[in-house]
Design a protein around this ligand. Structure first.
Ligand SMILES: *Cc1c(COP(=O)(O)O)cnc(C)c1O
Length: 428
């Protein structure tokens, strides 16, 4: 399989090159030249497949030329080494809990897959690779954990100061070793812009092997479609399935849409967003109008100009009619999000995090009589404990993994939202 740039001027590349380069020169995103249609028999008999088997069936089409079968299975076994349960919340609504990985968020899947792909591609190389990544919340923690202590790989993480939760910050700033955190005086869009600039700066790329771990990396994006197949496998009713995805940079939802295009029987999707609602507005009006970012309680979704919008367009060949027929938007503000967390706990004894809450509410409000809803619970609620406590009006006990992390010392280098400062750190 070859991967082209969504801006269509850079040449197409292999999976290996796309993973190592991460961003084409023309500033597009890599996208597969073809969307494989999965075998009917596989889709009908998925019940007999494990997570790793499903992952292999889905991903082999994209990377078999660069990763041999046994290696791909080994990478998947490692990357998917945690439970992904589908948990009943209310009558027709289920939570796909992506909260059981090492950093308690869905980003563990992509980050672990990418780390292991890069590790494999770099095995025969003496040069070190530097992973440069911007995070609005969970990416950094998942990447840091995924790459921690991987030989030959250094990680530099940019995060907006004051805009990630304390726990998320601890996950980025307490590992040490090959993981360096940069605390940026700015918002996520500033961080992302600085990272993108570094990838196109010959002073930097001439001196070091730079690689990305943002959701813009194809190796983070592709494996996310695996758990949509898994959700289907686990669903008690497989007809009229609606999947609601709390979204920010739109990698997760677009991976679900890829699964759909590969043949997965999902009847419709919901793009669940906070007040950073550029995609819901696009789905309504047909025009895409990025805005500056607004800070919310669901901070991992505080993105005003989502990168993966271009992949969504590529997947549907810019057919607005098809896109808006399959996906509907849903937007919730902070006050409503707190209400939803409170009510869901009172009604179902289920604790939502502020991101999952938006996905859940979209189903609660919009599910038709014959439909079954699945929302992606994108992170464990204890990562946002002060928000959840505020919503519930009580103090939930701190889980052990949180209290252990909170005791560790933060180590970060503070910089302005100025590209030259990033450059100085990278070249130092
Ligand atoms: C990253 C993240 C999101 C948004 O996912 P995208 O793929 O960027 O749309 C939602 N919730 C949580 C908890 C996240 O960490």
């Amino acid at each position: 399989m070859r991967f082209y740039s969504t801006n269509k001027t850079s040449p197409s590349v292999s999976f290996r090159e796309a993973v190592i380069k991460s961003l084409p020169e023309d500033k597009g995103l890599y996208f597969p030249e073809e969307v494989p249609e999965l075998d009917f028999l596989f889709l009908e008999t998925m019940d007999y497949y494990s997570k790793v088997d499903i992952g292999y069936e889905v991903l082999r089409h994209f990377c078999s030329e660069d990763i041999p079968e046994d290696k791909l299975r080994e990478i998947l076994e490692d990357a998917l080494d945690f439970e992904i349960p589908l948990v009943k919340v209310s009558d027709d609504i289920y939570s796909l809990e992506m909260t059981h990985g090492p950093t308690y968020a869905f980003k563990d899947v992509g980050a672990r897959f990418l780390a292991r792909c890069l590790g494999y591609f770099n095995e025969s190389n003496d040069d070190e690779v530097t992973i440069l990544v911007a995070t609005s919340g969970d990416t950094g923690g998942a990447v840091a954990a995924g790459f921690y202590d991987v030989p030959g790989v250094n990680v530099v993480i940019l995060y907006p100061t004051g805009k990630v939760s304390e726990l998320q910050e601890k996950q980025l700033t307490t590992l040490g070793k090959n993981i360096k955190a940069l605390e940026v005086d700015g918002n996520f869009d500033d961080c992302q812009a600085m990272v993108k600039k570094a990838f196109l700066d010959k002073d930097i790329t001439g001196k070091m092997n730079l690689s990305s771990a943002n959701s813009i990396s194809i190796a983070r994006w592709l494996p996310q479609s695996i758990y949509y197949f898994w959700a289907y496998r686990e669903a008690p009713k497989k007809r009229n399935l609606v999947v609601s995805v709390p979204s920010g940079n739109y990698g997760n939802l677009t991976a679900g849409l890829l699964a759909y295009k590969m043949g997965l029987q999902i009847s419709r999707f919901i793009a669940a967003s906070n007040v950073n609602d550029v995609v819901p507005r696009y789905l309504q009006s047909g025009s895409y109008e990025p805005k500056s970012t607004i800070h919310t309680l669901s901070n991992a979704m505080d993105i005003g100009d989502p990168s993966n919008y271009s992949r969504m367009q590529a997947l549907f060949e810019e057919d607005y009619k098809e896109i808006s027929g399959l996906i509907s938007g849903y937007t919730l503000n902070d006050e409503q999000t707190l209400e939803v967390i409170k009510n869901c706990y009172a009604e179902n004894d289920y604790i939502l995090d502020p991101h999952g809450a938006i996905g859940y509410d979209a189903l609660k409000k919009g599910l038709g009589k014959k439909e079954t809803g699945i929302f992606i619970e994108t992170a464990h609620y204890s990562k946002f404990l002060s928000t959840v406590n505020k919503a519930l009006g009580k103090e939930l006990p701190l889980p052990d993994f949180v209290s252990d992390l909170m005791k560790k010392e933060k180590e970060a280098v503070r910089i302005e939202a100025d590209y030259e400062e990033l450059k100085a750190v990278l070249l130092s």
